[in-house]
Design a protein around this ligand. Structure first.
Ligand code: R5P
Length: 310
């Protein structure tokens, strides 16, 4: 087994390599003057079980292209099997046609990864579980829930917490985390525009008064969803509001918005690298390196990955 990393998240790649006690494959990923990407693998990979780690996070298109080119280089170098390890699968929110003449880009990206030569995919908390079916190759979709649950149990009294889904679409994810926390009660934020042109009303289904509320989501991008939900919950008497999100996309002014919000803390995983997040702000990171390291090791050994979540 060998592990090759792109440029999207070197600290995570190193942590996964350390977990597996293997060095990263020596390779260089360069840019030509016109920004074309060139990949060169500097060691023999013939007949190897190759894992290529690359999140397709910002800059999404460059990181995606780098992943495709790395897979192509490995295929042409006669690797025996290639697993695309994509902790954050970008374009996942484009998983259906929102209107006529629009693309389903998540499917296109799945096709590109497959056509480049990947034999399997390892990812985490896909925006929608069905995206697994966009691939016609085996796809393991890990969950950050056990990592989050362990962190929550170490910090909060589970009798006092309520797990909250910030929208109706996230209920399954929130329920699965609540189950791991002694079946903590669940609440749901239901955003509704009563009439066209009127501002959105936040209805909260479930009890949040005097509760320590933990919002759970797969992605935090602008931070708008979480900050608005936190404000609505505080208005309804929540004692404290925290958020746990797998993928910290954190575009634009997200960090500043979160720092100014009613959230006490936002916890994200290191599926996406951010070098510029302040240490004294409200955002804290959890590592998913051991989870990915263990999943890679099990795939290489042909042993069960799902039992990681029993
Ligand atoms: C939407 O369905 C996702 O699960 C997230 O809630 C959304 O992407 C978060 O975006 P933002 O932080 O920009 O509100």
């Amino acid at each position: 087994m060998k592990l090759l990393a792109g440029n999207s998240n070197p600290p995570l790649a190193k942590a996964v390599a350390d977990y597996l006690e293997i060095p990263l494959v020596k390779a260089s990923v360069k840019r030509f003057a016109d920004e074309e990407i060139f990949v060169e693998v500097h060691e023999n990979v013939r007949g190897q079980d190759m894992f290529v780690l690359q999140s397709t996070s910002y800059p999404a298109n460059d990181n995606m292209m780098e992943l495709l080119i790395m897979i192509d280089a490995l295929r042409r170098a006669s690797a025996k099997r290639i697993t695309a390890v994509v902790p954050y699968f970008g374009y996942a929110r484009q998983d259906r046609k929102p209107g006529p003449r629009t693309p389903i880009s998540a499917k296109l990206v799945a096709n590109l990864i497959t056509q480049a030569g990947a034999d399997r995919v390892l990812t985490m908390d896909l925006h929608a579980g069905q995206i697994q079916g966009f691939f016609d190759i085996p796809t393991d979709n890990l969950w950050a829930a056990p990592v989050m649950a362990a962190d929550i149990q170490a910090r909060y009294d589970t009798d006092k917490i309520t797990i909250v889904s910030p929208d109706v679409g996230g209920v399954v994810r929130a329920r699965s985390l609540a189950k791991r926390l002694d079946n903590a009660p669940l609440a749901i934020v239901d955003k509704r525009r009563e009439r066209a042109g009127e501002s959105e009303v936040m209805n909260i289904i479930g009890e949040v008064e005097d509760r320590v509320c933990i919002l759970v989501d797969d992605i935090v991008d602008s931070g708008g969803t979480l900050c608005n939900a936190a404000a609505a919950m505080r208005e309804q008497g929540a004692k404290q509001v925290m958020a746990y999100c797998t993928h910290g996309v954190l575009s634009g002014a997200a960090e500043a918005r979160i720092d100014k919000s009613d959230l006490t803390e936002l916890v994200v995983t290191d599926s996406i690298m951010h070098e510029d997040i302040k240490d004294d702000g409200k955002i804290r990171r959890l590592t998913i390196a051991p989870l990915f390291g263990e999943a890679i090791s099990r795939i290489a050994d042909e042993s069960s990955v799902s039992s990681l979540f029993d």
